[in-house]
Design a protein around this ligand. Structure first.
Ligand code: SAM
Length: 234
């Protein structure tokens, strides 16, 4: 429900940024196979496929996927799928790169599922293939007792985001105001505030050997005082 209700406004809230596309394309040869996990409306997948790569996007939300599907072509396809089911739907060693941006990973509700996902991703990657993902730096959120993320506001929307720690998970409450429709959509979902050190431990346990952490898609060195955590693992 959370993502269904905001799917038609998603690209106003989170317009695709050039740095994100550049980070995804970085290091790719030509005509590579890419999987975008939690692709939402498919905008990133679409942008990457325009560079000649074959891209598959998956997302749990049917409305997000139906928006994405409008742009399908022979190099771009989308499926409604739980990220924990990727091993059932794709063969081993077929992707050159797997992406999981926009804090999608922390929709899993425990570290065991995160480890499972990391293992499945590693199996789907070709030898030397890269897993690139981005989450919120939850060590900062927890250490500083942050009660939300900065409000996103532009001409079309205002998106207010609150955090509350409950029994080890974060209750993520949002209020989306669509200005020209005079409409307000309120939502709530639980997120796993997994920190960088735990993520690194689980990546190693899943068999990833080379891991780099950044604080932005432009590959600024990791700084614990910044909110984004961007990781590249192979
Ligand atoms: C905050 S959005 C991020 C979307 C996009 N990757 C981005 O960078 O803007 C999180 C997405 O993850 C999807 N999602 C949540 N849980 C999922 C799961 N278990 N399997 C697949 N997708 C999931 C949601 O439907 C939503 O579209």
């Amino acid at each position: 429900m959370f993502y269904t209700s905001i799917s038609s406004y998603y690209e106003y809230i989170f317009p695709l940024k050039r740095e994100k596309v550049k980070f995804a394309l970085d290091g790719l040869a030509s005509n590579e196979n890419i999987l975008d996990v939690g692709c939402s409306t498919g905008k990133l997948a679409r942008a990457i496929s325009e560079y000649g790569h074959s891209v598959i996007g998956i997302d749990l939300d049917k409305d997000m996927i139906s928006i994405a599907k409008e742009y399908e072509n022979d190099k771009l396809s989308f499926y409604k799928m739980n990220m924990l089911d990727i091993d059932k739907n794709f063969s081993e060693s077929i992707f050159d790169e797997i992406l999981c941006f926009g804090n999608t990973l922390v929709h899993l509700q425990n570290n065991k599922d995160v480890l499972n996902l990391f293992k499945k991703i590693r199996l789907l990657l070709k030898e030397g293939g890269k897993f690139k993902f981005q989450v919120i730096n939850y060590e900062k959120v927890l250490n500083e007792n942050l009660n939300g993320l900065p409000t996103i506001e532009n001409e079309k929307v205002k998106f207010i985001r609150e955090y509350k720690l409950i029994n080890g998970l974060i209750e993520f409450k949002t209020k989306l105001i669509i200005k020209d429709e005079n409409k307000v959509i309120k939502n709530k979902i639980m997120l796993l505030p997994i920190g960088k050190d735990e993520i690194l431990k689980l990546l190693k346990e899943a068999g990833f050997k080379k891991i780099n952490c950044f604080s932005s898609f432009s590959k600024e060195s990791f700084d614990k005082s910044k909110l984004p955590l961007v990781i590249e693992a192979s």
